[in-house]
Design a protein around this ligand. Sequence first.
Ligand code: TRP
Length: 448
Amino acid sequence: MKIAHFSRIGFILAAAGSAVGLGNIWKFPYIAGEYGGGAFVLVYLVTVLSIGFSIMIAEMLIGYLGRMDAAKSFEKLAPSNKSRWRLAGMMGIWAGLLIMTFYSVVIGWILHYIVVAFSALPSSVAEAESAFNTLLHDSIITQIFYHTLSFILISAILVRGIKAGIEKLNLILMPMLFIIVGGMFLYALTLDGFSQAWDFMFSPDWSKLNSEAFVIAVGHAFFTLSLGMGAILTYSASLPKEVNLVKSSLYVVALDTIIALLAGLMLFTFLYQYGAEPSKGPGLVFISLPAVFYEMGTLGNAFAILFFFALAFAGLTSAVSLTEPMVQYLIDKFDMTRFKAVVVAGGFFYLVGIIALLSNTTAYGDMLHFGSKNFFDWVDYITAAFMLPFGGLLMAIFIGYKIPKKQVFAAVGKSLGRAFSVWYFILRYIAPVALIIVMLNLLGVITF
Ligand code: TRP
């Protein structure tokens, strides 16, 4: 039973808050850096605007029509095989919590860096690198402390519920995030490094686009839009009836893409301007950037504070959306109070998050290393490269084949207008084929 509804603007900001996250400001720049920029960015952009946008509408539709938690919505709407479709929802709910295990740890690093920005920035890249490595590999207590803080912040918002918690958080933090990123971008525009950053992001070097880069780009398109696991679905279940889903999707996709591009351009401008490297991996915003901020003097110090606040805002608004599907599920399924549901869902990512965190440390890293990756990287990889695209595939099939076309048309036909048939075609053919290719590649069945 849903009592609280989002307002229209509240929903758009909450969905955008879910989408705009660490994926945009932390992950996107460093994977773009690792996979060589331009060509990778192009694959990401094309996927976001075609398949991503289409599945965003489909996922919103499932929540909007189902009005229940992710598992129940699938179950209720499926014309047959109800319990199997329920599993699609369950997989998503778990994917969210799995993502949270490392997401909360990274939010913890960011909270730590807010403190660093207020006290003393590292005075060189070498110093910044050793500081970050020390945090990651040796400072177990510090990391657990900040991971705990992150867990407390996220839980405190979630227990307040949709209206007073999630909506309010987004109404406050999202505008601040836009102002900070927008303002820093405008400053970056005035620097010489901007043209190099632009080239790096937008001139494709196709030789750098191997199949791994392709899979990561498609996976990231899902990750950055919060697609394929029921976060958007769960929010949409609390929508007032008269909302235009197509327009809402468009706003969310546009805001997410704009923030990713602005953040990327801004970051690379700063890096080029001060001769730092774009290919630092996950440490990019924690190593190269703080050193660059130091070089910039007083202004840099202010930027560092603002930047890490913005990053924390982006992370928190996404984190609540990753956890809320499980919270909603526990409330619906087991009649739990919201408080208890938050404790259970939060407790899971908190405890498993400690394992993720330990897997990066020197002391426990070997124990938590399996094959080519440690626990932390495996969770990131399996969720983004497999679970989300798979969830997206199921959603495309669900709306494209399972729900009667008439019902789908009744919900979004008018707002899509003539684009309806294009959208429907993408859901039925393009998205499934593309996603199956990605997954077969991932499983090593085909290579390209
Ligand atoms: N989109 C967020 C980011 O870019 C992460 C996120 C939030 C997410 N909710 C999600 C990813 C649901 C996948 C599914 O950081």
